[in-house]
Ligand binder design. Sequence first.
Ligand code: FAD
Length: 494
Amino acid sequence: MSKAYDVVVVGGGNAAFCAALAACDQGASVLMLERAPEAESGGNSRFTAGAIRFAYDGLEHLREVVTDLSNEEIATTDFGTYTEDQFFDDMFRVTQYRTDPDLCETLVKGSRDAWKWLRAKGMRFTPIYGRQAFKVDGKFKFWGGLTVETWGGGPGLVDSATEIAKRAGIEIRYGARAVGLVHDDSGVKGVRVKSGAAISEVPARAVVLACGGFEANPEWRTRYLGPGWELAKVRGTRFNSGDGIKMALDIGAASYGNWSGCHAVGWDRNAPEFGDLDVGDQFQKHSYPFGILVNARGERFVDEGADFRNYTYAKYGRAILEQPAQFAWQIFDQKVIHLLRGEYRIKQVTKASANTLEELAGKLEGVDPQAFLATVKAYNAAVQQGVPFNPNVKDGRGTTGITPPKTNWANTLDAPPYEAYGVTCGITFTFGGLRIAKNGQVVDTDFVPIPGLYAAGELVGGLFWFNYPGGTGLTSGAVFGRLAGTSAGEAVRG
Ligand SMILES: Cc1cc2nc3c(=O)[nH]c(=O)nc-3n(C[C@H](O)[C@H](O)[C@H](O)COP(=O)(O)OP(=O)(O)OC[C@H]3O[C@@H](n4cnc5c(N)ncnc54)[C@H](O)[C@@H]3O)c2cc1C
């Protein structure tokens, strides 16, 4: 039996760090259990670009988080606003009004404050110039409600959180996999932990589960997301296999949310089974709003310009998985190549280029070439040439008379050389999970809070359904991690 702690936090990603820091703020002794070895620690949080969504009414609010904006940055940038109402609207729209109202309110209203709290602890933030703003008439303009990233991206976030946690006296055990909860009639009393071959018990007065969803578990993916999902590539960590959800369900916790739903994107067709920390999120290919997507039949199958990529990318992975042989090609011409994100220029890329469409058709592995040429011809004829192209706004430059339509940013494909990028489905995280009360406590199947058990991050269900606004995963981890840690700390110390 190990030493006893006030609070044991299961997980080593953003939600876990926020829970641990908040519990520590309440005066609790805290142990974090991270299943991964130190070199692979940090969960999906480490794989991110660190993009964070939070509500701000203007520059003054933004500067509460990005405290070191330079005068030059301020002079050359239109940061706009992203109000709480806009955040609510985005959550309601993309989840088709299924987001849990209490969870959503906690998320939106706590979003800026959570990042301010981390800034005060020493984490640093910067505007996402590279991906979320285009320069028009000498001025950068941010679009899509996503303006800030953590310094150093996901690795920077995890390294900084680790340093802050260690400084605060929080212990972290790496290679320590929680395999069960110790509990009796009066609630949760600790965790069973497997380190190497040995299993031991860590007594605790409260446990916070923050150990991710089940995206890295092909059997659960197929069971809950549906047939075919075992074929998806995993974008991030191999350690999120649903352990936290299983441990809680085993002691009578309630499940909640969109168990057949997940966040999944267009991801390099030849990417490895799990994420590669040297490549990070760069296997993603997110500039599809400026081109077209075709499947093996040479046909388009989504509206590439339905919205800013922040509001479509998380559901288009599923659309790709549903195509024959689970792949697609993204096609661009020279008019838009300069707008492609940095991820298109990595060396591990599945790419074809050609000087004519006919030559390109022959290079798109697995695609019916004649059908592809017919698709491009029909698409080119459908583009509304009279509407000006503007990547910073939903420009309404769409197509007419084709299915599916392209609603914005439609340009003819006629400026060689052409470039094509092969993608498949990359799963990011799952939406179904545990049901929590307003204070972050896990509830049982009668919706009664389980004494001593809290949850945060990916394994909380009810927030995201069908789709997701980019940059909300880290904010969810920060807001609900902080909430769960505060509640656990208060319960054991107060
Ligand atoms: C490639 C990629 C890019 C992304 N980009 C962004 C972005 O820019 N912005 C954004 O908001 N979101 C992004 N996301 C989503 C984001 O990563 C997640 O929403 C968020 O990191 C989840 O945080 P978490 O702490 O809940 O889970 P994680 O960060 O995944 O942490 C889970 C932790 O639990 C540990 N664990 C698992 N099982 C056990 C166990 N049994 N015992 C002990 N520990 C265990 C894992 O090792 C891991 O440390 C991205 C995800 C990926 C994969």
